[in-house]
Design a protein around this ligand. Sequence first.
Ligand code: AMP
Ligand code: GLY
Length: 418
Amino acid sequence: MEVLVVGGGGREHAICHSLKKNNKITKLYCIPGNGGISDIAECVPEIKATDLDKILQFVKEHADIAMTVVAPDDPLALGLVDLLEENGFRAFGPTKAAAQIEASKVFSKNLMKKYGIPTADYEVFSSSDDALKYLEKAAYPTVIKADGLALGKGVYICQNKKEATSAVEEIMLDQKFGTSGNQIVIEEFLKGYEVSVLAFCDGKTILPMETSQDHKRALDDDKGLNTGGMGAFSPSQRFGEAEMKKAYNTIFLPTMNALNAEGITFKGVIYFGLMVSNKGVKVLEYNARFGDPETQAVLMRLESDLYDIFNMVIDQKLSQVKLKWSDKQSICVVIASGGYPESYQKGYEISFGDIDGDCVVFHAGTKKADGKYYTNGGRVLGVTCMGNTLAEAREKAYKNVEKISFENMHYRKDIGVK
Ligand code: AMP
Ligand code: GLY
């Protein structure tokens, strides 16, 4: 039996790594994949993750593919799962309608408001004039978000009217994110600490995984620009069982129920980006997929079979699943190309040194040629280790990070410190 994974980052490497543990799977394919994934799966770099027709064609031509796992946001938002299912193929991931919880902030904010799911207060604007007028009376700091997908760059935290005005202009007038900025959300700035919860959902049952914490800014002490994520650890040190139980009742289950009430069956992973403040837990954002790099840290601790879980989600039998986790603490430190998330170089040879056997170096932006690995993206690697404590996992991860080198490499030194 064969499985196809769509995507080519660290998250997809971690998914492939977990699937590989199932010995019923004889072969993995990955479209497009990357240098590290090519060591455990047959990669197809010629096909883009967003080329729906070519992916369908590939699945048609490979009769032993029993399931396609769609990991990234854009093919989900374009409806790859719908297309595969319409053609009679099994796919793991939400449909286009369900993926709207991530692909449209207006959709997700309105859903939360309608069903009383706690989130920051907000207003929606379709005209820049109205938005600019609103900024006169807004409270600062304020948060401005492009409606659609924007590679994690569509959120602006604005300290004053001047910053907010340029955010509105960039998104709506300069169309920095294209049509993703046709509408914007302006919302209340929330204070507190953040935690990510990924949850399997089959439309009948929602099953949270263990918590994790991302580090979004490029530089130490949460300075610098927002990135896709510079590191993560699992579980969160602060968000315990009592908080999870409460969030299940006020956020996780109500979200699945709200989607069902709208006629949308969500099958896949819902990522809850949460802000915990003294006023309670609120949703910052939903993603309709595994997070990156949270997945690397979380799946490292998963002891249940990922392929079986995916099947139970597709068949809506998730109520029968109980997830098994390692008690250890995991951490993933991302190594990026200097300059990321702005401009950076590609094509530097990577030297790995002698990595400890119990650490996994997940590849993100790499490619392999003639047995050597080269940088090929902004986030390059995610060094992922476990320990009995967070401090132990951290120490091990950084010890291994220091064995790796390529020109202009950059990583945060404070993952898991705060
Ligand atoms: P998002 O893509 O919506 O998760 O936003 C990216 C990051 O911006 C989040 O991880 C938060 O750090 C921050 N953020 C988003 N919305 C808010 C908010 N309402 N208040 C404070 N910070 C926010
Ligand atoms: N690490 C945040 C995300 O995957 O969106």
